[in-house]
Design a protein around this ligand. Sequence first.
Ligand code: TEU
Length: 590
Amino acid sequence: MSVDSRHAHQSPPASKDPPDAPWWTTAVAYQVYPRSFADSDGDGVGDIRGIIEHLDHIAELGVDAIWLSPVYDSPHDDNGYDIRDYQRIDPLFGDLDDMDALISAIEDRGMRIIMDLVVNHTSDEHEWFVSSRSSRTSAHGDWYIWRDPRPGMRGGEPGAEPTNWGSFFSGSAWEYARERDQYYLHLYSRKQPDLNWESVEVRRAVYRMMTWWLDRGVDGFRMDVINFISKDQRFPDGPLTTTGYGDGRQYFQCGPRIHEFLAEMQREVFGDRTGAFLTVGEMPDVTVEQARAFTDRHTGQLSMVFQFEHMDLDHEGSKWAVRPTSVLDLKKSLGQWQADLGLDGWNSLYWSNHDQPRMVSRFGDAHGYWYSSATALATCLYLHRGTPFIYQGEELGMTNVPFKDISSFRDIESVNHYQDAISRGGDPRLVLSALRRTSRDNARTPMQWSTAPHAGFTTGEPWVPVNPNFGRINAQSQRHDPGSIYSFYKRLISLRHQEPALIDGDFSMLLEDHPHVYAYARETPTSAITVVANLGHVPVEVRGIDGEVILGNHPEPWAATHRSLAPWEVRVLRGRHTLSVRGAHGDVTP
Ligand code: TEU
């Protein structure tokens, strides 16, 4: 391997970190999806009181911050990502008193809380939209993105939409409103109209609402599709896709005014307290260069972004056609992000969230090597440089769901895609089998607390059935078992907090060309850690892995006596190790 390629995945030295690095650079975060976390009142839907009752499950893991998916008032067309009132809690989840109680309970346990900020769009039932829709001259007339029908065509007529863009949830991204004889843009469902960020009044209203939440004691925001808020005002057609609609992303992904808007938000909302808050921008399709500009420690507008590159590696053209992710592709992608954000930017590190299938089913082996693959994958990613985000249930090794038929799905994206694919002649069995692997509902079944009915999630009928494997996979059986995935996550998080090399250390990928071994070193001038994992199904003999194992998923004395890595084995070693592997094709050296 050439020196150049070795350096391609090396981040620059870490010694440039300022001594007063913001709290979130050493933090581990945990995402709660309230609908599916814990139901305290038996209505079948998770709620805020349920979260409070189970806070110790999260606190004992050792995490520093909780990201709460939306709990705001909503008609729930997209499970709360369609907000009707930003300053009201949905009665399904509780009220503002419950929210205040949650904020204090989190603070009492030494943790922080990050709210979900969904301001690319609102619900069509938001009073702003109701007013905007009523007439062109209403008080909120220009708060949304309204365009006339195509010249020479009548509104509502097929093909009269202002552009050919498709919505992420199938169909056109435009909906006709007779009241104004115009179309409004909705990149997501037709009940999620996009706000017009060109309007200074919209921006002011959003900043006021954010400040109101900060004053209530929240510690930051996860910003939903925030890189879509600035649209190219020319609204051109996009290249046609297989759905029959155009792909408009190049006209709104990191659009012309995105940095200006986010800089304004930073100034108006956070002012000189910016470092005290965690801001993470969810950014589909963001490139590493763009992410570096957003997160630059001197000139950036956000603490970090959620990028999607590693989530898209298994897409064969679209998210509905999947192939397995290769370890080589993963190493290349994640290594590149480490290298390129290393010095001045900051990474978020995640395997899963409420939009992604379960990580052990997707990247690991949930059947043959459930424990080992879940723990190996977690160790590999969460000891990179950046801020880890764990999604509820991941710490238990929760898996994808054996959905029976289309009636078992709840998610608007899945349901719409199914109808759309079938109407275009798709084979229902094939469409269903793709959905089983990729549907967001895989992540949304209830938390598996115990072996009680419905996994202890609710005393009523859950809004979506629990995964039938809750008898085997649940918190009750794992919380006090030192050999559980939950206990492993505790050790992993504690290690991350203790070792300076894992916080500040630079990152160098090792054995870059090996198809199954994922290995890297983290180093500061005074300490080093080497992580080496076998993400494959056959043992691999790796030279250089002897020494002190500070964390491993095969208990001692296994590591002391075995020089080869078992399938899905991971070892975290003290010091910088020189590794080599003898493979079928000769030696692969670091
Ligand atoms: O998701 C943004 C997004 O584009 C995708 O991750 C989306 O989930 C979809 O799968 C694309 O195929 C965010 C939220 O996380 C998601 O839950 C919302 O549905 C969406 O925005 C709209 O608010």
